[in-house]
Design a protein around this ligand. Structure first.
Ligand code: KIV
Ligand code: ZN
Length: 503
């Protein structure tokens, strides 16, 4: 059996489906090019029929990327396949990813159909996609809960119809590792013609078993794994790329390689986190802030004596560079551009000027600017024109005083001011804001995260605000924690306005 596993990255499709993580086309191209430099084999660039934005992104990524196969998702519906084929027209290597639910629950409740009819629809979709491209991947949605006998019938039929890859998703993250591994083995042992297709894993993390299930699949014969950077994805996420790749690298005994240049893992993890405004949990394997931090005395003592006592991965292997250049207010535009290029971000002209201006403002408030700060700056849309802008804000808080805030807003060019008290500076500032914008907005969630360390650090704030039954996601970063929170709140209001004004 082949000793290489293909890495299929779905950060820009399954990952991007997460509410609040949407990227614009320029940002998607930036991530796609970084995925190409990382060495992934397949980039799932989007679901073209789902929106004009997705359609356009698949076109632009196809133009921008050379080596990886570009894949577009469809349902087992002819119109979806027509649109995917059109979106892929510029791709040098292209794949259509079509499929249908195969579990009894999907057959009955989603399709009101029966098993034989589902096989017919699957076969028809694969044959139809093969009219456009030579490389067709079929997904059996909810394969994790599909009876193995029936799944084998589906897989055999789609391979006969021309599928080159068969994807066995554990869509709900339900399977146990031995169960998922046995499923892949069952297909290897029982499907006639299985040698004509690659078996792919696609595991979700609802019970925290996505990586374990993926590895069980690989150990039983799967030779493609569908993964995302930082494990982002629907609900609890997908299998994370960095975990599977580093397991295969650390466990040489398994004898299976990938094409990944692991030194690109950490910078890309930061880029995705920053562009998608999705913090990485500090204890996340491989890329979390604490993944290589030895804090207990016993561990520190061991690591000082010999690093192998407690470290199974050299941080440099995943691109964590302790000596990375730190920029300051005295750094020039060229140094900024050079460091950004090392982080996989190429900017020139007006965008570089605008970012440099933001950089100098931040460097005035913070002595040293690190890589995370830089990625945060390039992720922020500095040219954004917002409907609601904060003109000024002043807060008073402390021990023995009533927290108070006054705020000035510019709403489409008109000026408003208001003041309010609250149980803390953030509460007071938001109450003042609500005295100007009279809506029944409810703050549902507020996350504050520091970028690195030190009291002069930049903090990133994510908020979710409910308005009229819809939840909006807002983000801001500032060295002032209260300003960052109110700016993130205003970001939500602007998104709410953008949705309503486009209707
Ligand atoms: O989780 C899933 O089943 C999917 C398919 C659409 C491949 O994402
Ligand atoms: Zn999925």
């Amino acid at each position: 059996m082949d000793n290489r596993v293909y890495i299929f990255d779905t950060t820009l499709r399954d990952g991007e489906q997460v509410p609040g993580c949407q990227l614009n086309t320029v940002e998607k191209i930036q991530v796609a090019k970084a995925l190409e430099a990382l060495g992934v084999d397949v980039i799932e660039a989007g679901f073209p029929i789902s929106s004009p934005g997705d359609f356009n992104s698949v076109i632009e990524i196809s133009k921008a990327v050379t080596w990886p196969t570009i894949c577009a998702l469809t349902r087992a519906v002819e119109k979806d396949i027509d649109v995917a084929a059109e979106a892929l027209k510029f791709a040098k290597h292209k794949r259509i990813h079509t499929g249908i639910g195969t579990s009894d629950s999907h057959i009955k409740f989603k399709f009101n159909s029966n098993r034989d009819e589902i096989i017919e629809r699957a076969v028809r979709a694969v044959k139809y996609a093969r009219r456009y491209v030579d490389d067709v991947e079929f997904y059996a949605e909810d394969a994790g809960r599909t009876d193995n006998d029936y799944l084998a019938r589906v897989v055999e039929a789609v391979i006969k119809a021309g599928a080159t890859v068969v994807n066995i998703p554990d869509t709900t993250g339900y399977c146990l590792p031995q169960e998922y591994g046995a499923k892949i083995k069952y297909l290897v042992d029982h499907v006639d013609g299985i040698e004509n297709a690659i078996i792919s894993t696609h595991c979700h993390n609802d019970l925290g078993m996505a990586t374990a299930n993926t590895m069980a699949g690989v150990l039983n014969g799967a030779r493609q794994t569908e993964v995302t950077i930082n494990g982002i994805g629907e609900r609890a996420g997908n299998t994370s790329l960095e975990e599977v790749v580093m397991i295969l690298k650390c466990h040489k005994g398994i004898g299976i390689d990938t094409n990944i240049n692991t030194k690109h893992i950490y910078p890309l993890s930061r880029m995705v986190s920053s562009l998608m405004n999705m913090p990485v949990q500090p204890n996340k394997a491989i890329v979390g802030r604490n993944a290589f931090a030895h804090s207990s005395g016993i561990h520190q003592d061991g690591v000082i004596k010999n690093v192998s006592t407690y470290e199974i991965i050299d941080p440099h292997d995943v691109g964590i560079d302790d000596n990375s250049i730190v920029l300051t207010a005295r750094s020039g535009r060229a140094a900024l551009r050079h460091r950004l290029e090392e982080l996989g971000v190429k900017i020139e002209g007006e965008k570089l000027d605008a970012t440099y201006e933001q950089f100098l403002k931040l460097a005035d408030k913070k002595k040293e600017i690190n890589d995370d700060d830089l990625l945060m700056l390039v992720g922020a849309d500095v040219a954004k024109t917002n409907h609601v802008k904060i003109d000024f804000m002043q807060v008073t808080s402390g021990v023995g005083v009533q927290p108070m805030a006054s705020i000035g807003l510019d709403i489409a060019g008109e000026k408003f001011t208001a003041a309010a008290t609250g149980n803390g500076p953030v509460d007071a500032a938001i109450n003042a804001l609500k005295n100007i914008i009279h809506r029944t907005m409810i703050l549902k969630e507020l996350t504050i995260q520091s970028i690195s360390k030190g009291s002069d650090d930049t903090c990133k704030v994510h908020v979710q605000v409910e308005n009229d039954g819809h939840v909006y996601y807002g983000f801001a970063a500032n060295t002032d924690i209260v300003c960052a929170t109110v700016e993130a709140y205003v970001d939500c209001i602007n998104r709410f306005h953008a949705v309503h004004s486009s209707k």
